[in-house]
Design a protein around this ligand. Structure first.
Ligand SMILES: [Zn+2]
Length: 124
């Protein structure tokens, strides 16, 4: 016997960024924000394969050309953001599925203003 007492509301409350694979989201966000061939945000020099892998792993790098340290988010649209990579992917996915911003915010664990901000970024 299976107790089907799960209501749609209760099921919706379980949906969230925690469902997404953190490493896969990080890699997607790095490529989406820095491109397939990431450059140093300070000098613009292309990064080595090893440096790119460090960014994909969520680690910082020190540019071989200029010596400036940067994180995966340095110089990107996400610099200074407190959203996790999984939250970013989750918000973008739900925006794509055209859920209302207030509902996305509630499920993603962020403010509606954050969702509106992303809505404008992806629709521009
Ligand atoms: Zn550099």
């Amino acid at each position: 016997m299976f107790d089907a007492g799960l209501t749609p509301h209760a099921a919706a409350a379980m949906i969230g960024p925690q469902m997404f694979d953190a490493a896969a989201c990080r890699k997607w966000v790095v490529v989406a924000t820095r491109g397939q061939s990431p450059c140093c945000p300070a000098c613009g020099d292309f990064l080595s394969a090893r440096e790119v892998q460090r960014l994909l792993d969520g680690k910082g790098i020190t540019c071989a050309a200029c010596g400036v340290h940067s994180s995966p988010r340095s110089g990107t649209i996400l610099e200074g953001s407190t959203l996790s990579d999984a939250q970013v992917v989750f918000i973008l996915a739900l925006l794509h599925w055209e859920l209302p911003a207030y509902q996305i915010a509630k499920l993603a664990g962020c403010s509606p203003a954050t969702v509106y901000n992303w809505q404008h970024r992806v629709s521009a």
